[in-house]
Ligand binder design. Structure first.
Ligand code: KG4
Ligand code: ZN
Length: 346
């Protein structure tokens, strides 16, 4: 029987604890401190750390109860050791180390971003061969070439400035929408015309593509939106908010999907996994489905509840490592707030 793996996630504002055996999810409990941050218009690290401390015990107990197992049944533990907020990571890693020591089981300090890809194995089954992964969230926008989720990850490119979700949140703020703005911009975009305004597609010209074939940049796009809105305001004209959102969202989805498909083609890969909180975005989902179908690429996107931060993604990656007998991390590893995306396990 495959080992029973406990996954612990505490990189940002979600405290997640999950149990996985093989690629079967047995329990997945998430507590979020987002409500405590919303009034500040961004995550307050100290508030998040304290919330993890308070949430960890009850979240663990509920996960064990949901799965109908005891602490003694756990065979291995995986904890996200980076990238993320130092204080938040420290709480999860300290808790996981204490448990691993007490239970005398192997501990894996794993990469949170790669977890966003691994979680898809719980939904659509084990990866069959090489895959391309597009991980998009409030903090990351990266293209990963994955030979093996446990042992072989190569980062082909990443955003040079804002992440896609961050750009959505900033555009949401400049349009006066509540924080986080991403989902609000998505909702309004569905009512607007995506071709109303020609916003720029950064790093897409032939000259940029030599050096930045798989890199992204969204800060110029965000500034272009701000300028366009300002010009309207100065002229005393009304702002067509839905059209601005739709045209902006179309620009983001276009660049993400174009580069992901290029990366698949160049590397001869026919499976694209899209993960991370931003994969909730309707425009990205629709564009990826349409263009990957045309290109003969199979797209795998986990359902929404597995796209935002959770313990299941960490347990899924831990399970992949445990199944392949990849060496564990011991108890001496630290947190790494800027962990390289090519490091699967500490
Ligand atoms: O992965 P995630 O939950 O947290 C990070 O690790 O960043 O991603 C959250 C980000 C936020 O920026 C949020 O506004 C954005 O993803 N987001 C969306 C949507 N849902 C979440 N952006 C656009 N459209 C959405 N539907
Ligand atoms: Zn995340």
């Amino acid at each position: 029987m495959d080992p029973l793996v406990l996954g612990v996630e505490s990189t940002c504002d979600e405290t997640g604890v999950a149990l996985v055996r093989g690629t079967t999810l047995l329990a997945d409990v998430v507590a979020s401190s987002m409500d405590e941050h919303a009034r500040f218009g961004g995550i307050v690290p100290e508030v998040a750390s304290r919330a993890h401390l308070e949430a960890f015990g009850p979240t663990l107990e509920r996960a064990l109860a949901d799965a109908g197992v005891d602490l003694d049944d756990i065979d291995a533990i995986a904890v996200a050791s980076g990238p993320g907020l130092v204080g938040s990571l420290t709480v999860g890693v300290a808790a996981a180390k204490a448990l691993a020591l007490a239970l005398d089981v192997p501990l894996f300090g794993v990469n949170h971003v790669i977890g966003h890809v691994a979680v898809d194995e719980l939904v659509h089954g084990e990866f069959d061969g090489r895959i391309m992964a597009l991980v998009v969230s409030g903090g990351h926008t990266s293209l990963l070439l994955i030979d093996d989720i446990a042992t072989g990850v190569t980062e082909l490119g990443h955003t040079l400035d804002d992440a896609a979700g961050e750009a959505f949140d900033k555009v949401g703020r400049l349009l006066g929408l509540p924080y986080p703005g991403g989902p609000h911009v998505d909702r309004l975009a569905r009512e607007g015309n995506p071709t109303a305004i020609a916003f720029p597609r950064a790093l897409s010209r032939a000259s940029d593509r030599e050096r930045h074939a798989y890199d992204f940049s969204f800060s110029g796009l965000k500034t272009a939106v701000a300028r366009w809105v300002e010009a309207r305001e100065v002229a005393g004209e009304p702002i067509p908010v839905a059209d601005v959102c739709a045209s902006f969202a179309a620009a983001v989805a276009d660049v993400l999907v174009t580069k992901a498909i290029d990366a698949c083609r160049v590397n001869g890969i026919t499976t694209l996994v899209i993960g991370g909180g931003f994969s909730a975005n309707s425009q990205l989902r629709a564009e990826a489905a349409r263009r990957c179908a045309e290109a003969g690429i199979d797209v795998r996107i986990p359902p929404m509840r597995y796209c935002t931060d959770n313990g299941a993604m960490i347990a899924a990656l831990g399970s992949a490592l445990a199944r392949r007998y990849v060496g564990d991390s011991g108890l001496r590893f630290g947190v790494d707030s800027s962990m390289s995306l090519e490091v699967v396990v500490a």
